[in-house]
Design a protein around this ligand. Structure first.
Ligand code: NAD
Length: 298
């Protein structure tokens, strides 16, 4: 059964996700503040909305993939936002990575509308998984709304995990990304050390990937150029997960650790390194660029 799906935010992730909905035959209406991004999807069969209100009036499901808290709050609850324009029965799904308080606030506002439900459904997997429709969705919110949404999410990902009430999807995602920022830094340190001592990056990665140091950052998203094809490090560190976005997520996780009085000392150290790169103007590079930084660090 095909649905009318609105998609907001067609960047590194959202463009692939919207494309996969089209490939599965859904009627997709897109909106991005950058009209060039919408035009690209329109050429592939999407309808292009020129405003949030026109997108909202024609959709049964609305998915957003936006940079951060403010963009998401503004898109849903701003004066021209989705909550003021969506139809009765619409299910709203935010897949951006934001503070858990954002979906909690928006879900509360949604209950004031006729039969409108809000789910937080951040994703893990990166741009390659977005392209290949193998993302993992971590969902917070009403179980019944998720059951109705699952066939749509399955067009973009292979795993859909219900994490509990609104906000819990984001808690799961932020814990994951905090670990990702730390593990990428660890992989970069280990490979840099081995290479300085004369080892070949591919060979050392192969050893690690068959040993106990193996992780996603070493196996799927290796930070050394040329070790893997089709990853940002082999594309001048573009087309992946921007340092600015990872630092945003790690700082959100730090806020959560303060709220929960949990120690996250390694994460704090990693944040200073990624922020240093942002200070040097590398905010749009993929976060695996941390390897290049370590390599040249005095
Ligand atoms: P991106 O910067 O590549 O894309 C964001 C898109 O949103 C851009 O096209 C931008 O023009 C658009 N946009 C910004 N403000 C808007 C607004 N007010 N209205 C409409 N469109 C607007 O970011 P991305 O890498 O696609 O990441 C999006 C979200 O997904 C972030 O929250 C990020 O943390 C998360 N995420 C990213 C990855 C990844 O590997 N890139 C993986 C998982 C989760």
């Amino acid at each position: 059964q095909y649905s009318q799906v609105g998609f907001i935010g067609l960047g590194n992730m959202g463009s692939h996700m919207a494309r996969n909905l089209l490939k599965n035959g859904h009627d997709v209406i897109v909106y991005d503040k950058n009209t060039e991004a919408s035009k690209t999807l329109a050429k592939e069969g999407a309808n292009m909305a020129l405003s949030l209100s026109s997108l909202a009036s024609g959709a049964e499901f609305i998915i957003s993939m936006l940079p951060s808290n403010e963009h998401v709050l503004d898109t849903y609850s701003g004066p021209d936002g989705i909550l003021n324009h969506c139809k009765e029965g619409t299910i709203l799904i935010d897949s951006s990575t934001v503070d858990p308080q954002v979906p909690q606030t928006l879900a509360e506002l949604a209950t004031k509308k006729q039969n409108v439900m809000f789910l937080d459904a951040p994703v893990s997997g990166g741009t390659k998984a977005a392209q290949e429709a193998t993302l993992t969705f971590m969902v917070g919110g009403d179980k019944e709304a998720l059951e109705k949404t699952e066939p749509i999410l399955k067009c973009m990902g292979k795993n859909v995990v219900h994490c509990g009430s609104n906000g819990n999807g984001q808690v799961a995602k932020l814990c994951n990304n905090m670990l990702l920022g730390v593990s990428m830094m660890g992989v970069a340190e280990a490979l840099n050390l081995g290479m300085k001592l004369g080892m070949d990056a591919k060979l050392l990665s192969q050893v690690i990937n068959n040993s106990s140091g193996r992780c996603w950052s070493s196996e799927v998203y290796n930070p050394v150029p040329g070790v893997l094809p089709n990853v940002p490090s082999s594309n001048d560190y573009y087309g992946g997960f921007k340092i600015s976005l990872l630092a945003k997520d790690m700082k959100l996780a730090e806020k959560l650790s303060e709220r929960a009085s949990a120690h996250t000392d390694l994460a704090k150290l990693a944040i200073t390194q990624y922020e240093h790169l942002i200070g040097k103007g590398f905010q749009d590079k993929d976060f695996s660029y941390i390897y290049e930084y370590l390599k040249t660090k005095a």
